[in-house]
Design a protein around this ligand. Structure first.
Ligand SMILES: Cc1ncc(C[n+]2csc(CCOP(=O)(O)OP(=O)(O)O)c2C)c(N)n1
Ligand SMILES: [Mg+2]
Length: 389
C-alpha cells in the first residue's frame, strides 16, 4: 500500500475524511455521563496534515537533542521528555483558539514549542542561558508563553491553577476555555478533586486531560490507582476515553469536548491513553519497572508519528518525499538554532534582582552580604529585593 502511494501518478489530494470509529477502541468511543459521542469522521486537509506531522516530528527531534545535551552535561537538573505522547499536545493545539489557555505539568516542552516555535529560547532555557524563555532561571519544568501557563513542578498543583484560569474566563464573560493537563499519577492528588468540585459547582469552561502513560515515575497505574478508568472515575464530571497515540482521535475528542465546554455545559474529562518512551526523567533509564521489549513494541506498533505519516502517504494526502523534506527541514532548523543557543551565556549576579518582587524590607537570612551590595530598587509599585540560595 505504501509503495503504491509512492508510485502513484494521481494528483495529491487536498483534503480527506477519515473514519475513526475503530481508533478509539474496538467498540468505539468510551464515554461517561454523555448523551452524545465525538464525531466518527475527521476531516484533514493536506495543509493541516503536513503541519501536524511537522510539529510532532519537531517535538520528537527536539527531545532527542535535549537528551543529548543532558548527556553532554549542558543541561542540569530535572528534565522530563515528551517522546511518545506528541499526538496529544499537537492534537489539542490544532483545535484550540489562540486565546484559550493551557496549563500542564513539568512534562511541558511540547507546549512551549507549539506556542512559541522558538527553538533558540527553548534550548537556551534548558541550558540555563539568558537567551532562554526565563533568562535561564526557570529550566525545563518552567517554560511559559502567551496563554500557556507552564510548566509546573508540583504534581497536581497545576490543576487548581487551571481551574482558576477557567474561573477567570467565565467571570470575565469571555468564551475562552482552559485545557488543564495532568498525569495518571497526579489524578489521585487531593487538590485535583477539590478543583473538580469547584469546576462542576460553577460549570467552569475547562477540559481536564489525563495523559495516562501507564506510569507515575516507576509505579504502574495498576499499582498506584484504585480505579484506573479515569474517564469515569469522577461521579459528576462527564468523561471520555481516547487513544492518545492517534492524532485523529485526539482531534475528534477535543473538538467534541470544546463544543461541550463552550456551550456552557461545564467541565469535561478526557483520558488519553498514551505511552512515554523514555524514563520518568532523563536520569531514569526507564527499564527497571518495565521490559525494554515493551517499549520497543509500542514504538514499532503504535508510534503516533509513524502511524500518522503512513496514513498521510497511504491515503495520498501527502507523498513520502514531502514527509522526508519536513524531517530534513526540522533537522537543519534544530542544528542551526541549537548552535545559536549554545553560544548563550548563563545569567550574571545582576539577574538575581530581576523578577523577584517583594515589599518586605527586613533582612533575609543568608542574603545580607549580597543585599548590602544590591539594596532595594523601586520599580513601579513593586520593590525588587535580592534573593539568594
Ligand atoms: C506533590 C508532589 N509529590 C511528588 C512529586 C514527585 N513526583 C514528580 S513526578 C511524579 C509522578 C507523576 O506521574 P504522572 O502524574 O503519571 O505524570 P508523568 O510523569 O507520567 O507525566 C512524582 C511522584 C512531586 N513533584 N510533587
Ligand atoms: Mg504517568
Amino acid at each position: 500500500m505504501f509503495r503504491r502511494a509512492l508510485n502513484s501518478k494521481t494528483l495529491p489530494r487536498r483534503s480527506l475524511s477519515f473514519d475513526i470509529t475503530t481508533y478509539f477502541s474496538e467498540d468505539g468511543p468510551i464515554t461517561h455521563l454523555l448523551d452524545e459521542t465525538p464525531p466518527k469522521t475527521v476531516e484533514v486537509s493536506k495543509e493541516e496534515g503536513l503541519r501536524a506531522y511537522q510539529q510532532m516530528d519537531l517535538i520528537r527531534r527536539c527531545e532527542l537533542a535535549t537528551a543529548r545535551l543532558y548527556n553532554e552535561k549542558k543541561i542540569r537538573g530535572l528534565c522530563h521528555l515528551y517522546s511518545g505522547q506528541e499526538a496529544i499536545a499537537v492534537g489539542i493545539n490544532s483545535i484550540l483558539k489562540p486565546d484559550d489557555t493551557i496549563i500542564t505539568t513539568y512534562r511541558c516542552h511540547s507546549w512551549f514549542l507549539l506556542k512559541t516555535n522558538d527553538l533558540v529560547s527553548f534550548f537556551g532555557e534548558l541550558m540555563g542561558y539568558t537567551l532562554g524563555d526565563n533568562r535561564g532561571k526557570g529550566g525545563s519544568m518552567h517554560l511559559y508563553a502567551p496563554n500557556f501557563y507552564g510548566g509546573n513542578g508540583i504534581v497536581g498543583a497545576n490543576v487548581p491553577l487551571g481551574t482558576g484560569l477557567a474561573f477567570q474566563h467565565q467571570y470575565q464573560n469571555t468564551d475562552k476555555i482552559c485545557v488543564t493537563l495532568m498525569g495518571d499519577g497526579s489524578y489521585n492528588n487531593g487538590q485535583v478533586h477539590e478543583a473538580f468540585n469547584i469546576a462542576k459547582l460553577h460549570n467552569l469552561p475547562i477540559i481536564y486531560v489525563v495523559e495516562n502513560n501507564n506510569f507515575a515515575m516507576g509505579t504502574s497505574v495498576d499499582r498506584h490507582c484504585a480505579n484506573p478508568d479515569y474517564y469515569k472515575s469522577c461521579s459528576f464530571i462527564p468523561g471520555l476515553r481516547l487513544n492518545g497515540m492517534n492524532l485523529l482521535t485526539v482531534k475528534s475528542a477535543v473538538e467534541f469536548a470544546v463544543k461541550h465546554v463552550r456551550s456552557k455545559k461545564g467541565p469535561i474529562l478526557l483520558e488519553a491513553k498514551t505511552y512515554r518512551y523514555g524514563g520518568h526523567s532523563v536520569s531514569d533509564p526507564g527499564t527497571s519497572y518495565r521490559k525494554r521489549e515493551e517499549v520497543t513494541q509500542v514504538m514499532k506498533e503504535k508510534d503516533c508519528i509513524k502511524w500518522f505519516g503512513d496514513l498521510l502517504v497511504e491515503s495520498k494526502l501527502a507523498t513520502a518525499e514531502e514527509l522526508k523534506d519536513i524531517k530534513k527541514s526540522n533537522i537543519s532548523r534544530i542544528k542551526a538554532d541549537l548552535a545559536k543557543a549554545k553560544a548563550g551565556k548563563p545569567p550574571g549576579t545582576e539577574e538575581l534582582t530581576h523578577h523577584v518582587y517583594t515589599t518586605y524590607q527586613g533582612t533575609i537570612r543568608m542574603c545580607q552580604a549580597i543585599s548590602a551590595e544590591m539594596p532595594f530598587k523601586e520599580i513601579k509599585r513593586a520593590k525588587i529585593y535580592v534573593c539568594c540560595f
